[in-house]
Design a protein around this ligand. Structure first.
Ligand code: PMP
Ligand code: GLU
Length: 397
């Protein structure tokens, strides 16, 4: 069988694989608790759903411009102006089928075969594969828990070569929940300007930062930085709209045109009804966002406190998103049912098998001594999951 070397070498998304396993177990009636895929457990806010229903009733069901309607682009520009103090025009915006699609467009627009992309790690599972899909070479820059899961500027500088074309800054980060300091972002921006490196700023979790902090958007540093930055965002996490599939980029107009051209052949427009709902999300009442954020913050605080009171595991306090990286190094080498916990994948597999709790192995993000828990689930589930964690640890020999 003839196969594309590129496509056949791509591994499936570990986060989505665990999520479908969890959902399948649940459908079978198994009492499983899911902390796998990060998606808000809240329904999409009422006024957004109403806008989508109105769009259907008003027959807004035809093709739209391939890179999104003017109404969505203008709503996105308003969001950037009001929330990030960034000025963009409609020509800078491309609306796509989720931020995943936006990221693929962005990488496709800037990379040629062999070009390198720096990815600070632990990183989201999809970044390295997306770079490979765009014929690039992922260059992973690791950071440890002791470093707050953020790369030092020295490590990033050491990874730069003449083939470096871009760096992906995911702020706040999935899977660690950490936010970059303004100082580190300024150092990174400076390095990128001097070396002609694009910045792909994935800010999909920007509205989910806690403890009164505000996320700092790297493109705000200067016009020069803004010009080399492709900001990626979307409605999935902020508005509990993961299934609607709307993401967007803001970039210089030349890049936006290239991405829009490709999209016009690859997918045409993103869903017309979801675009209409996105206008309502971005321009409508933001109170539901604040309520969801408050709930996430309470869950984070509770989960971190309880996790750190359990012998054998620990975690640092994440600044944002809805993920916790639990350190399992003290459990490695222990045994359950004749299986030795040699790494995060064995831990996650046995935890699911024995206690029916789904978490994502840190290995998928580049750290084998952690597992990722998403706290985008109810307090009741969080306590149930942590009770089961205690039971699991008690069974380890
Ligand atoms: N970036 C990061 C860091 C994510 O965690 C996700 C989650 N799916 C995405 C982008 C893509 O989100 P979506 O495609 O749902 O907009
Ligand atoms: N981004 C979320 C996660 O990391 C959703 C699944 C995915 O798209 O990877 O769990």
């Amino acid at each position: 069988m003839y196969l594309s070397k590129k496509f056949s070498s791509i591994s499936p998304s570990a986060t989505l694989a665990i999520d479908s396993k969890f959902k399948a177990m649940k459908a079978e009636g198994i009492d499983v608790v899911g902390f796998g895929a990060g998606e808000p457990d809240f329904p999409t806010p009422r006024h957004i759903k109403d806008a989508a229903i109105a769009a259907i009733e008003n027959n807004m069901t035809t093709y739209t411009p391939a890179s999104g309607t003017l109404a969505v682009k203008e709503a996105v520009c308003c969001k950037f102006k009001n929330e990030n103090n960034l000025e963009y025009k409609a020509e800078n915006i491309v609306v796509s089928n989720g931020a995943k699609h936006s990221l693929n467009n962005a990488l496709g627009a800037i990379l040629n075969p062999g070009d390198e992309v720096i990815i600070p790690a632990p990183c989201w599972v999809s970044y390295p594969e997306m770079v490979l899909l765009a014929d690039g070479v992922p260059v992973i820059v690791n950071s440890t828990e002791e470093e707050g899961f953020l790369p030092t500027i020295e490590k990033i500088k050491a990874a730069v070569t003449e083939k470096t074309r871009a760096i992906i800054i995911n702020n706040p980060s999935n899977p660690t929940g950490m936010c970059y300091s303004e100082e580190l972002l300024r150092e990174i921006a400076d390095l990128c300007v001097k070396n002609n490196i694009y910045i792909i700023a994935d800010e999909i979790y920007e509205s989910l930062v806690y403890g009164g902090r505000k996320n700092f958007s790297i493109a705000t540093i200067s016009d020069e930085v803004k010009d080399i930055t492709i900001v990626v965002n979307g409605v999935s996490k902020t508005y509990a709209m993961t299934g609607w599939r709307i993401g967007y980029t803001a970039s210089n107009a030349r890049l936006a045109k290239i991405m829009g051209n490709v999209q016009s052949h690859a997918t045409s427009n993103p869903n017309s009804i979801a675009q209409h709902a996105t206008v309502a999300a971005l321009t409508g009442d933001q109170e539901p966002v604040l309520e969801m954020k408050k709930a996430f913050e309470e869950r984070r605080n509770h989960m971190v406190e309880r996790m750190n009171s359990i012998d054998g595991v620990s975690c640092i306090m994440p600044d944002g998103a809805f993920y916790i990286m639990m350190n399992i190094s003290a459990l490695l080498g222990k045994e359950i049912d004749g299986t030795v916990i040699t790494g995060s994948d064995v831990f996650a597999e046995k935890f699911l098998e024995v206690e029916k709790v789904a978490v994502v192995p840190g290995k998928s993000f580049g750290t084998d001594i952690h597992v990722r828990w998403s706290y985008a689930t109810s307090m009741e589930n969080i306590d149930k999951g942590l009770d089961r964690l205690e039971a699991f640890i008690a069974k380890l020999k």
